[in-house]
Design a protein around this ligand. Structure first.
Ligand SMILES: [Zn+2]
Ligand SMILES: [Zn+2]
Length: 416
């Protein structure tokens, strides 16, 4: 028996439901998320936790990392740890899941309330101990409050990257690499794909937006409410402070939380000013105005599964264009719109006769940054997670780079 083990309860050879059990002198859960669009379009949950937990550590507030935390509280009294933005964002997103999924969700309102009470704050750069295990969080550069977690036990350092981005974005300065780890559990979403140059991608999107608007249309940007909406507000305003911008969906409330936790972004003053310069859609009148003039509309849902975007899609004029900037899961409306030109609403297929484009503005590390992250950590073990192409990357890391790498399956246990 070794001193440390990692048990993969999700996000292994898949994206979604991140959950890893790290055993040192303590039994620590790293993330506890759900996979919103799993098999047959149904939500999927992590494997059952096989033993008593001492604590849960949550990297950030995306639902694939925090979405299942209330489920811990059917009987357990375990504490969970995350940064202050993460609790505020999680509260909003859990409430929204309860509203959308209702009785389908395997936790109750009482469990949600208890989860809110069992939160403990962690802060970047302030290490703390759980038994003999040291925990240190640092900025992951992915969304507000996102953290890379370093866990040290008996002089061995395990790094859990969560979702991270090293490159600077409009909202975040980017994560710093972690030096000298013994093992890394690393987000490899884009390990096989290089992102295009960020500035070029931004300019391309702006050119399309400006062209659409000059032709009298709406630039309709379906966007995830957490992270992408705020990045797009900043991006559009960085290039153009004149075109009307409307923001709709849960991104509005999330933007308020971003401002409340202003020190978790690069430049809260500029962001605050940018937010003042866009219209948050608060009424039917605002909604009508958004489509009655050439404008940018940034709205959820990012995959066009519900949210105000469906209404806009039906109401924009024929000179309009739909511009995607995020990931779409196969089979969702977003994916169907990009690949087949239709959406399904209430069981009915509706053709959408608008041009659609796709832009890469990812908030995850691209290939060279994944390799960089691993190179800096220089670990004796690389655990590849949060990707569909883990096996291919495992082979490459072993054969071309000489690392002891593994892309585990859900349920696998790794001894360190
Ligand atoms: Zn994320
Ligand atoms: Zn994720």
């Amino acid at each position: 028996m070794s001193d440390i083990s990692i048990h993969c309860l999700g996000a292994s050879q898949e994206v979604g439901r991140s959950a890893f059990l790290l055993k040192t002198d303590k039994c620590l859960l790293l993330d506890y998320g759900i996979k919103i669009f799993g098999k047959d379009g149904k939500a999927e949950y992590p494997l059952t936790i096989p033993e008593k937990l001492d604590a849960a550590l949550i990297s950030h507030a995306h639902m694939d990392h925090v979405g299942f935390v209330p489920y811990l509280y059917n009987s357990s009294n375990v504490r969970w740890y995350a940064t202050p933005p993460t609790i505020d964002l999680a509260e909003l997103l859990w409430k929204d899941s309860m509203k959308i999924m209702g009785a389908e969700l395997p936790y109750s309102f009482a469990q949600y309330k208890k989860a809110l009470n069992m939160w403990n704050p962690i802060h970047y750069g302030q290490p703390f101990a759980m038994g003999e295990t040291q925990v240190l969080a640092s900025d992951a550069g992915h969304i507000s409050g996102s953290a890379i977690l370093e866990l040290t036990y008996k002089k061995k350092k395990i790094v859990y990257s969560g979702d991270y981005k090293m490159e600077e974005t409009r909202m975040h300065a980017g994560a710093k690499p972690v030096e000298d780890a013994d093992a890394v559990i690393v987000d490899c979403t884009y390990a096989l794909k290089e992102h295009p140059d960020r500035k070029t991608a931004e300019r391309l999107l702006m050119d399309e937006i400006e062209e659409t608007i000059s032709e009298g249309g709406t630039a309709l940007l379906p966007a995830f409410s957490l992270g992408r909406t705020q990045e797009l507000i900043s991006l559009v305003r960085a290039y153009n402070d004149e075109i009307p911008v409307f923001v709709d969906g849960m991104g509005k409330a999330i933007t308020d939380i971003y401002i409340k936790h202003g020190k978790y972004m690069k430049d809260v003053n500029t962001f605050r000013k940018n937010v003042k310069d866009v219209t948050m859609v608060r009424s039917p009148f605002d909604k009508k105005r958004a489509t009655s003039e050439p404008a940018v509309i940034i709205t959820s849902a990012g995959m066009v599964e519900g949210g105000p975007v469906l209404g806009y899609l039906m109401n924009v004029n024929s000179d309009s264009k739909v511009m995607f900037t995020g990931y779409t899961v196969e089979g969702t409306n977003g994916w169907k719109l990009i690949n087949e030109g239709y959406v399904t609403i209430n069981g009915q297929d509706l053709e959408v006769d608008l041009p659609v484009s796709k832009h890469d503005l990812s908030a995850h590390a691209g290939r060279s940054d994944v390799l960089n992250f691993i190179k800096h950590a220089n670990p004796s073990k690389v655990i590849i997670v949060h990707t569909d192409s883990g096996k291919e990357f495992e082979r490459e890391l072993k054969e071309d780079f000489g690392y002891d790498a593994v892309a585990p399956k859900v349920g696998d246990k790794i001894e360190l």
